[in-house]
Ligand binder design. Structure first.
Ligand code: EPU
Length: 440
């Protein structure tokens, strides 16, 4: 296999797509399952490269975990026997550092390497480490070995995140869920994926409540599952198919995502003039209904316009008439796709908007100087043509696939394994709605 796709674009995509379970819930519930006493069964788990990598990683810790049915994983946490995470596997998947929680609960001390994953910006874990320390974890990084060495007795206290962090909130929730104390997290992130993890834990005996951006965790003595837990569908996948429908002048129905999880996306879609019919509270028909207007987007934590959606949106804006802007506030280095879209004929320039307080505006840590390349201007409408492209990160992968399906002619996209870290059966799903995509 060539790790590439061949795409023939220029056709409207039409039909219904069944969404898969959310990657960013699947990964966390699998890790959280290691906190349980007995067997855990998780349903609606997507068969994607990141999940497969995570299963390898926990298998390496002795854990019996595997797909036991279509999209169903069975995990036996009693088989967790090692407190040292393998560096090679961990380097392939960023959430590996979340293993701190189950390993510290089981062994009181553990060894976890620096996280890997998609290279979108520096992605440090300094705020997460500050939170762990504040709750009572002793932690040191050994630069000789590349491992964090951590130990913990009891978890207690309150912690206020300096800036919100999605996985940081989840890790501290997992650290506090077992025990005899109460932990309160302030300025906690509020992405719906976090609440799905909380729902999973609460369904098994945890006592976690959210009040706005505060999360209170009363420690419990054990977590036991009574019935399998089905994780929520992937809202990022929904956005990809919605954009695909409109950008290819097609008509695609997708479902089972609460409207409140994609509110900001729907608002921007209305602004640009994309068609959306609400078939129920959770089912949507997205369709092209004519001329698209330019938009100005700033990415933001939930309930704002999500960073994971902006690469898809950039393609749509190449098909809008006029100048659109996208300002990325969450991650550094999330515009690597720009050079690739330019190969297809897109007209995009980096811009430098005025910002009053750089430090509070951006969610990554900024060192005094305003970072370059955090905002772009897209000049539309541009007909896209074929090209040979390379995927550099997961969401950029979806963006390039959409763009190649809009473009006239045959394109080659290299780096399919990166896209398949997060998109299940993408070739089959796109083929089923009339797209011409094949794996080389
Ligand atoms: N940050 C720090 N220090 C920290 C923690 C975060 O500087 O200790 C920075 C990050 O580098 C980033 C910003 O703060 O610039 C926000 O990071 P956050 O921790 O909120 O994001 P994350 O947990 O790394 C998760 C998802 C992302 C999604 C974001 C926003 C997972 C595995 N990843 O990342 O998903 O974009 O939240 O919702 O849940 C993806 O699926 O492709 C993806 C990148």
């Amino acid at each position: 296999m060539e790790d590439a796709y061949r795409v023939v674009g220029g056709k409207p995509l039409k039909g219904e797509v069944k969404l898969s379970g959310a990657k960013n819930v699947a990964l966390k519930t699998i890790i959280a399952a290691l906190l349980f006493k007995n067997q855990v069964v998780l349903k609606n788990i997507p068969v994607i490269n990141d999940v497969v990598e995570l299963i390898h990683l926990i298998n390496g810790l002795g854990v019996k975990a595997s797909f036991t049915d279509t999209n169903t994983i069975t995990i036996d946490p009693s088989t967790l026997t090692s407190n040292k995470v393998d560096m090679l596997h961990a380097s392939k998947i960023r959430v590996s550092f979340m293993l701190f929680a189950p390993l510290l609960h089981r062994f009181k001390e553990c060894f976890v390497p620096n996280p890997g994953g998609c290279r979108i910006g520096a992605r440090p874990i300094d705020r997460i480490i500050a939170g762990m320390r504040s709750l009572g974890v002793s932690l040191a990084y050994n630069s000789q070995t590349g491992f964090y060495e951590a130990s913990m007795n009891k978890v207690r206290g309150e912690f206020t995140f300096e800036k919100t962090t999605h996985t940081g909130t989840e890790l501290l929730v997992m650290l506090a869920v077992l025990g005899t104390n109460t932990v309160v997290l302030h300025n906690a992130a509020s992405e719906p994926e976090i609440d799905d993890l909380i729902e999973f834990l609460n369904a098994s005996g945890a006592q976690i409540t959210r009040n706005g951006d505060s999360v209170t965790i009363h420690g419990v003595s054990e977590l036991t599952q009574n019935e399998p837990f089905a994780i929520t569908n992937d809202r990022n996948e929904l956005v990809t198919y919605a954009v695909l429908a409109i950008a290819t002048k097609g008509d695609i129905t997708v479902g089972d995502i609460p409207r409140s999880h994609i509110d900001e996306f729907l608002k921007m879609l209305e602004k640009t003039g994309g068609g959306c019919e609400l078939l129920s509270d959770t089912r949507f028909r997205f369709f092209y209904k004519g001329h698209l207007s330019p938009t100005n987007i700033e990415t933001a934590p939930h309930p704002g316009f999500m960073t994971d959606w902006q690469p898809n949106w950039a393609v749509l804006m190449t098909q809008a008439t006029g100048e659109s802007t996208i300002h990325e506030r969450i991650f550094e280095n999330r515009f690597v796709y720009v050079a690739e879209l330019e190969k297809l004929g897109a007209k995009i320039e980096y811009i430098s908007p005025e910002i009053e307080n750089i430090e509070s505006f951006y969610h990554f840590s900024v060192n005094k100087e305003k970072p370059d390349e955090q905002a772009i201007k897209i000049i539309g409408l541009t007909p896209l043509h074929n090209a040979v492209l390379r995927i550099h990160d997961l969401r950029a992968g979806a963006c390039l696939l959409i763009a190649a399906l809009v473009a006239d002619g045959e394109s080659i996209i290299k780096g399919s394994t990166i896209l398949e870290r997060g998109y299940e059966n993408i070739v089959e799903k796109i083929t089923s709605i009339g797209g011409d995509v094949s794996k080389l």
